[in-house]
Design a protein around this ligand. Structure first.
Ligand SMILES: C[S@@+](CC[C@H](N)C(=O)[O-])C[C@H]1O[C@@H](n2cnc3c(N)ncnc32)[C@H](O)[C@@H]1O
Length: 285
């Protein structure tokens, strides 16, 4: 089933949290002068025009990136992410929104590699025009959850994997945890970023429980919800489960989420957020 198109949602509050977490993680990996791989199991088309019919349908970006774009004073934790959004909009007007592959393609060095999976034929085609496509960018039109295993362990022994499904199928919630458990067995030192929507609090709690039961250590949960939980309002928030997070990430998110709650909230006082360690930290030595 491929009815989901990210173009309808580009730049919404969930993209902000996901891409902020991604940019901070990439920034951390780039501090070391050693190559790494970026793996995106559900890449999307890579770049979005906010004037498109799809993006204009519900204008989700208006309660996401647009609220940050209009701020005169931005906290430093947001700088890398917002600089990328500015780079995607060279005319100085918010007209485009960069997807996760575009963000990674901009940040990674010549020695790093991108491995991208996208099933939808139109999004796969668009992804193929990603700037800088060549030796370091590899794109496959196959199932990203299966494809991930074929890449692990990555030869440089350093990798960030983003798992960002559309959760069209209820089974996606358990499939991602199974995939992560298997991936972690093959390669336990990589950083894995698993995005999830808050559509039903029970589902999120079940995922959290399943991840804890998997025995994978060092998982941090980061969540931001502009709206109160509700089972009949669609997506009221979103979050990331981060396995082997950069050591500064939880602190950076704890610092920035209160600011985001103030500046990216749709109804006063409803925004809520969490940053918590859900499985024991490894001894970082
Ligand atoms: C939420 S979007 C990805 C957004 C992107 N990661 C970003 O942050 O810019 C999910 C994408 O996964 C694609 N997709 C769905 N099932 C897939 C699968 N099994 N393998 C690879 N791609 C899949 C969809 O076509 C859609 O473009």
């Amino acid at each position: 089933m491929l009815s989901y198109r990210h173009a309808f949602h580009a730049g919404n509050h969930a993209d902000v949290i996901k891409h902020l977490t991604l940019a901070l993680t990439l920034e951390y990996y780039l501090r070391k002068d050693k190559p790494f791989w970026y793996i995106d199991t559900h890449a999307g088309s890579g770049f979005y025009r906010l004037g498109s019919t799809e993006a204009q349908k519900n204008r989700e970006f208006a309660t996401g990136i647009q609220q940050l774009w209009e701020q005169a004073c931005i906290p430093e934790q947001l700088a890398a992410y917002l600089n990328l959004v500015r780079l995607a909009n060279p005319a100085g007007k918010l007209e485009h929104y960069p997807g996760s592959p575009w963000i990674a393609a901009q940040m990674l060095r010549k020695t790093d590699q991108l491995h991208l999976f996208e099933l939808h034929p139109a999004d796969f085609q668009a992804l193929n025009s990603l700037p800088g496509k060549g030796k370091r960018i590899h794109i496959q039109q196959t199932d990203g959850l299966k494809g991930l295993h074929s890449l692990l362990p990555p030869p440089p022994r350093r990798a960030i994997t983003l798992i960002d499904p559309s959760y069209e199928l209820k089974t996606d919630y358990s499939a991602v945890v199974e995939t992560l458990t298997k991936a972690h067995k093959r390669f336990d030192s990589g950083t894995y970023l698993l995005w999830y929507p808050v559509v039903s609090r029970q589902r999120v709690q079940q995922m959290l429980h399943d991840l804890q039961a998997s025995g994978i250590p060092d998982i941090v949960q980061i969540e931001f919800c502009p709206l109160q939980d509700s089972n009949n309002m669609g997506m009221t928030g979103s979050g990331m489960f981060v396995i082997n997070p950069p050591w500064l990430l939880a602190q950076q998110m704890r610092e920035i989420l209160p600011w985001l709650a103030e500046h990216m909230s749709t109804s006063t006082g409803a925004a809520h957020y969490t940053v918590q360690q859900i499985s024991p930290e490894k001894n970082r030595g």
